[in-house]
Design a binder for this molecule. Structure first.
Ligand code: PHE
Length: 349
């Protein structure tokens, strides 16, 4: 019994010195297990005289209860420690610099298309799109362009199916075929802009690319005049380049407009003062688009009455707009997809 009393007295210190749950289990077996001094004493209780048994039995029971209480307290402590260690191991340092995936953005060409369309939507126009593989009929015939016109040669136009002018299929050389398609499908009045890709048999150089983008515009109504065309294009230029922007119309020729014009914007970079201006080349003017009053022959081709309606049309190059706006030279910077260029235009509206 004396030995047991000592075991109980030393138990707190010994328990405190175990480092983990495995060590605790070993100590537990030694203190209260089947081979412990305590178990041995409890087993031998029968060899005591009967009158001493209850007293000794109670004392042994108390010693066991005390030891088990100490053990379970230490176990709870060790379990908590083990848990904390796990949490510490699993900790994520959210202040560490994370790997950032590069964010995408709209391409400069798409941004430009959207900006131009927004300006015309503000004037009541709708936006439409049409096929890039187009019938020769819509690309040329419906637009008053005879089979003998030089732009119909294979040296200018990329044909998918060539030979019989009646069912030629080609990559559209401009967005103008949508003038005819849209009028065929809608009664006047018509106010529509058509952005899209166009193709020409051009070798790429500083100012040419075999594929580029245009935005077509068409307005057909009663009493539309050339001043409506000029006012609309001046409004567009001021919205796109800034207030005070001046424009001019120079006589030109297109088979599907009469009269026809080239629209120029005053060079916003040098305002006509720089002989070596990188934007306009020194002329003081930048050519932005072709335009004109819709030729009566086009109205006839789509079933409109040229005695009843008049209209104007225009077609602008998107790469060119983006190029002059941002002073990008050569023009291939606009479509070559060099991220060092594109990155600079990720945020513009
Ligand atoms: N389609 C002409 C071109 O590609 C531009 C244009 C459009 C001219 C509409 C007049 C009217 O050059």
């Amino acid at each position: 019994m004396e030995q047991l009393a000592q075991i109980v007295a030393e138990a707190p210190a010994r328990l405190a010195s175990v480092a983990d749950l495995a060590e605790l289990e070993t100590l537990e077996a030694e203190l209260v297990g089947r081979r412990s001094v305590l178990a041995e004493l409890q087993r031998n209780i029968g060899s005591l005289p009967p009158e001493r048994r209850p007293e000794v039995g109670r004392a042994l029971q108390q010693a066991r209860a005390e030891l088990e209480r100490l053990i379970s307290r230490r176990r709870a402590e060790l379990e908590r420690e083990a848990e904390n260690l796990l949490l510490e191991d699993d900790r994520v340092d959210v202040t560490l610099e994370a790997y950032r995936l590069p964010g995408g953005g709209e391409h400069l060409i798409q941004q430009t298309i959207e900006e131009v369309c927004e300006i015309f939507i503000g004037l009541g126009y709708v936006v439409a799109t049409g096929p890039e593989a187009e019938l020769g009929y819509y690309n040329f015939d419906a637009l008053n362009t005879p089979p003998t016109h030089p732009s119909r040669l294979e040296s200018d136009t990329l044909y998918l199916d060539w030979g019989d002018p009646a069912d030629e299929v080609l990559l559209r050389t401009h967005t103008s075929p949508m003038q005819a398609r849209f009028m065929e499908a809608h009664d006047p009045p018509v106010y529509v802009v058509v952005p899209g890709k166009v193709y020409r048999a051009d070798t790429p150089d500083a100012t040419h690319s075999p594929v580029f983008h245009q935005i077509e515009g068409l307005a057909v109504d009663r009493n539309i005049t050339m001043s409506d065309l000029k006012g609309t294009l001046a409004h567009f230029a001021r919205e796109f380049f800034g207030p005070g922007q001046r424009i001019r119309l120079l006589p030109h020729f297109f088979p599907f407009t009469e009269p026809s014009a080239e629209m120029h914007a005053a060079c916003f970079h040098c305002e006509g003062n720089g002989t070596s201006c990188r934007v306009c080349g020194g002329s003081g003017w930048i050519e932005l688009m072709g335009c004109g009053m819709v030729d009566p022959a086009v109205f006839e081709a789509v079933g409109y009455d040229p005695g009843d309606v008049t209209g104007f049309a225009f077609g602008m190059g998107v790469e060119r707009l983006a190029q002059v706006r941002h002073g990008l030279s050569p023009i291939r910077h606009v479509f070559e997809n060099d991220v060092r260029v594109l990155r600079q235009f990720r945020g513009i509206a």
